[in-house]
Structures are given as C-alpha cells and as structure tokens.
Design a protein around this ligand. Structure first.
Ligand code: FAD
Ligand code: NAD
Length: 474
C-alpha cells in the first residue's frame, strides 16, 4: 500500500459498471454481500452510454421520420425534417435518465460506488486511482473480484479514430449534423444499424464490406430481406471490398479499398464510420498481477461458473468472450454473484438470443436447421411469411418471416430465425420455449392475442406440423 492511501476491504470488488458489472454488483448486494463497484468513466458502460441505448434511440427517431415520409398511401402526408442536433440531445436525455437510474439502483441496493480506475496490485488487492486530477487513490482488499471491463472498437491500421473523418460508433452516435455522404466500413451489427440510421436521416450511404454479404453469421434468406430494404433506402453496398487506406480531401476523405480479384476502388465521403469488430479491455487493470490469463484473442478465460484461472476472481461480459451482447453480460453477472454467494448457479443457458435492429429487425435464438442437423437432430421446420399476418399488414410492414426449428421426433423447440418488425421482441417467446423445454404443441396451444405479430410465431410452429391456419402448409 502507498503512504497516504485509504485502505478498505470488501467481499466483492466489481470492476466496470456496464450491464455485466452493475448487474453483478446489485445481485451480489441482494445476496447480502458487501460490494464495491468501481467505474472509471460512466455508469452503464458502453451499452448505455455509447452502444445499445444511443443506437436504438437514433433508430427509433429516424424510423419515425421514415414512416411519416412513407405514409402517403395510408393517407398520411408529411415531409419531416431531421434536426440531428435535436435528435442527439433527446438521445442524451434518454441516456442520462438510464445512467442515473443505474447509479440510484446500485446505491439503493447498498452497493458502495467508487469513481476511478482499478488496477490489480496482487491477488487480493486492487489499487484505485480516483477519477479527476489530484483526487488521490485508495487500495481495496477483496475476497472476490468480478472483472467486467468490457470491450473497445478495433482500430484498423491506418484508420485511427480522429472523431472528424474516421469515426468509431461512439462519435457516429453523437453527430450534430447529417453528413451528405456517409461511408460505413463493415456490414456487421454496428455498420448495418447505423447505415440505416443515416440513410433515413438523409445521407448518401455507402457500405464497404470485406466479405461477400452483410451480417456474416446470419442465414442468407434472413439477411436478404434486410439488404433489400436497405437498398430501397438508398444504401449502396460494396461487398468483397476491404478498406485499405484513406486520404483527406478538401471536403472529407477518400477511402481506398482492395478486393481479392484485384479491383481496387475509391469512395469519397464527408466522414467514415469504421465498425470492424470490438476487442476485450484487459489493459486497464493489470490482470497479470492477479495471476489471470487471456486466450489467443485476448478474452479472459473462464469456466462454466464465470471463474478465471484464479477461483476467487470472475470475468463476465464482453471481456469474457463472444457473443459480445449486453444481455449475455447481464446473465453472466447474475451467475458470478450467485456463485460467490454459494448458490448453485452456472452458465447453463440453453440459448442466448441475438437481435439486429435493422429494418426489418432480425431476432434469432438457438439452432438453425443446418446447425440442428450438425448436432445430430432430425429437424422439422415451420415458417410463416409476414405478408400473411394481419397485424403486419395493418402496420404496412410485410417483409420477412418467422421460422421455427424443432426436433421432428420429440417436437422440442430448438431454435428460431425471425426477420420482421419487432423481431427483437418476438424472439423472447421462442427463447422462453427453449428454456422451458416447450414443444411445438405447447406454442400452438398457447392462445395468442389477435391481431399481433406474435401470432406469426404460433403459426410458424403450427406450420411445422402442417396445421397452420393462415398460410398454406407445405
Ligand atoms: P461495458 O458495457 O463495455 O462496460 C465496461 C465498463 O468497464 C466501462 O464503463 C469501462 O469504463 C469500465 N472499465 C474498464 N476498465 C476499468 C478499470 N480498470 N477500472 C474501472 N472501470 C473500468 N448489445 C446488445 O445486446 N444489444 C444491442 O442493441 C447492442 N448495441 C450496441 C451498439 C453499439 C454501437 C455498440 C458499440 C455495442 C452494442 N452492444 C449491444 C454491445 C453491448 O454494448 C456490450 O455487449 C455490453 O456493453 C457489454 O457489457 P459489459 O458490462 O461487458 O462491458
Ligand atoms: P461485427 O463483427 O458485427 O462486424 C464487423 C464487420 O466488418 C464484418 O462483417 C467484417 O467482415 C467487416 N470487416 C472487417 N475488416 C474490414 C475491412 N478492412 N474492410 C471492410 N470490412 C471489414 O462488428 P461491429 O459491427 O463492429 O460490432 C461489434 C460488436 O458489437 C458485435 O459483434 C456485437 O457483439 C456488438 N453489437 C451488438 C448489437 C446488437 O446486439 N444489436 C449492435 C451493435 C453492436
């Protein structure tokens, strides 16, 4: 300990107050443990401050404008103008409400909060440099620690973020004007969501993607629906093009891309968002001093109870591996807290859902048909097209489908792929079905409200049995 330090002790030290860290801290406090949560930046982490919430706020606002623009055939005439600064100010209000809510919830549950950067000094001690210049430091001795330090965007060599020409998602979610020409590097989660935002806000959007399609990892018929709508919105996709270098121009920048067949291309834009993945943050807290190791991709290795190589130190969320999703971080936070409290918890979720908030949205959980086959199941598949849904027609959003995958013999639900408005919500029903060990009959026999999009889930399950009412069975 350094002279002048204040020394405190705690049952559980949680480092990082993102969705993983604050969930773990609150849950551990509910279980009567003495908890100290350290955050160096802002409560809520990447998700609340620069990720999930800001992006969904801008998606909702630009959706509203786009729906007004496209309402003429429904008898709605409007010509909405986008005030980007106003939109970002509203988004900031939403963020502030949620981040102050996290702080209040932590305090209300008795979590001790420290604003500062934690660094391990040894296996049971962390040194915390308080935020703000000259604010001093303290040492905290802990019985258990939970590392929840999250991830940061990958910087392509030569494309270091400058916040002006080369943007990370953080800056792209805080612009005060709509760029005339917006280039997006990477057609993954962030690229596709924010390309849609800026296309709806009025930018000419070009997306360059190294692979030959958008949203790698999702099935082709799912992404086809999203790509078609994105192209209708004016987004220009350049697949098979890898961003290689860029130069500044008088009014923006030129990005040079390379392709495998040697056809290089150049794209002019006012600004470019580079969204080529995220990497775990382990360099802020000297994990080696606590005897913790990472795998070849930099993720902290954990077991099925979220424990690292050191049984008293846990790692959760983005820093502990894929999928880097907020709900996975929160689920791991519960497990770490409960294991520390001596509860029989483990990371034994049957399926973790994923959603992409594009237009329309994608929601998936569990196995696809081919994954089910690869795992030795004989799958049966049911589908329901959105154009046959009364609710989708009344929403004027009929592109997409719900697909349910089940085991042919037992009829246990194995997975679902949904591309539809509100797919992020619809997928929850299938997630619950998988966790509960529900069968096709359970979903079909559940009375669904009419008219709703959720009926499409029931109809897809019925279609798997040749019993759908509102589509012809195959
Ligand atoms: P984080 O949220 O990254 O929090 C880690 C915290 O640790 C940070 O606040 C950091 O300041 C702090 N920290 C780091 N080192 C230290 C230290 N040494 N001392 C003290 N504090 C420290 N996921 C979804 O599920 N749905 C979405 O819609 C979604 N949208 C996204 C949109 C964007 C643009 C981005 C970038 C991400 C999105 N994500 C989404 C991913 C989601 O944000 C992450 O999966 C989630 O934030 C991970 O939570 P975490 O608790 O592991 O880490
Ligand atoms: P991503 O991994 O989803 O996509 C990155 C894309 O960039 C890939 O398609 C890749 O082929 C491409 N790429 C890589 N190098 C390139 C190059 N030089 N030129 C052109 N293309 C290149 O990563 P992301 O979009 O940055 O998102 C990071 C993570 O954040 C996601 O994996 C996800 O975990 C999380 N996230 C989740 C949500 C959500 O849940 N809705 C939304 C946003 C972000």
């Amino acid at each position: 300990m350094v002279v002048g330090d204040i020394a405190t002790g705690t049952d559980v030290l949680v480092v990082g107050a993102g969705p993983g860290g604050y969930t773990a801290a609150i849950r551990a406090a509910q279980l009567d443990l003495d908890v100290t949560l350290v955050e160096k930046d802002a409560y809520g982490g990447a998700c609340l401050n620069h990720g999930c919430i800001p992006s969904k706020a801008l998606i909702s606002a630009t959706d509203r404008a786009q729906q007004a623009r496209e309402g003429e055939h429904m008898g709605v005439h409007a010509d909405p103008a986008i005030d980007m600064a106003g939109m970002v100010a509203w988004k900031d209000e939403v963020v502030d409400q949620l981040t102050s809510g996290v702080e209040k919830l932590c305090k209300g549950n008795g979590v001790n909060l420290i604003e500062g950067t934690a660094e391990f000094a040894d296996e049971h001690t962390a040194r915390i440099a308080h935020s703000g210049e000259g604010q001093g430091a303290e040492s905290v001795e802990f019985e258990h620690a939970i590392i929840a330090t999250g991830s940061r965007p990958i910087e392509l060599p030569g494309f270091e973020f400058d916040g002006e020409r080369i943007l990370s998602s953080r800056e792209a979610l805080a612009m005060d004007r709509v760029p005339d020409r917006f280039l997006v590097v990477g057609a993954g989660y962030i690229g596709m969501e924010l390309a849609t935002v800026y296309a709806k806000a009025g930018s000419d959007v070009t997306v360059v993607e190294a692979l030959d399609g958008a949203l790698p990892g999702y099935e082709a018929d799912v992404t086809r629906v999203v790509r078609k709508r994105a192209e209708e919105l004016g987004i220009d996709f350049q697949f098979g093009q890898k961003a290689a270098e860029w130069t500044e121009t008088d009014d923006g920048l030129t990005v040079v891309t390379e392709s495998e067949d040697g056809t290089d291309a150049e794209f002019d834009a006012d600004a470019a968002l580079v969204a080529v993945g995220r990497r775990p943050v382990t360099d802020t807290l000297a994990i080696e001093d606590a005897g913790i190791e990472t795998d070849e991709r930099g993720f902290i290795r954990t077991d099925d109870r979220a424990r690292t190589d050191q049984a008293h130190v846990f790692a959760i969320g983005d820093v502990a591996g894929e999928p880097m999703l907020a709900h996975k971080a929160m689920a791991e936070g519960h497990v770490a807290a409960e294991v520390i409290a001596g509860e029989p918890a483990a990371l034994d979720h049957q399926a973790i859902p994923a959603a992409v908030f594009t237009d329309p949205e994608i929601g998936t959980v569990g196995l696809t048909e081919s994954e089910a086959e690869a795992e030795g199941f004989e799958p049966v598949v049911g589908e329901f097209p959105l154009r046959a849904s009364g609710r989708a027609l009344t929403m004027d959003e009929t592109e997409g489908f719900v697909r349910i995958v089940a085991d042919a013999d037992s009829e246990f639900i194995l997975g679902a792929q949904i591309v539809a408005p509100e797919a992020s919500e619809l997928i929850a029903e299938v997630g619950l079905a998988i966790e509960m060990g529900a069968t096709l009959e359970d979903v079909i026999g559940t009375v669904h409200t009419h008219p709703t999009l959720a009926e499409a889930v029931m109809e897809a399950a019925a279609n798997a049995r040749g019993q759908a009412i509102h589509t012809l069975n195959r």
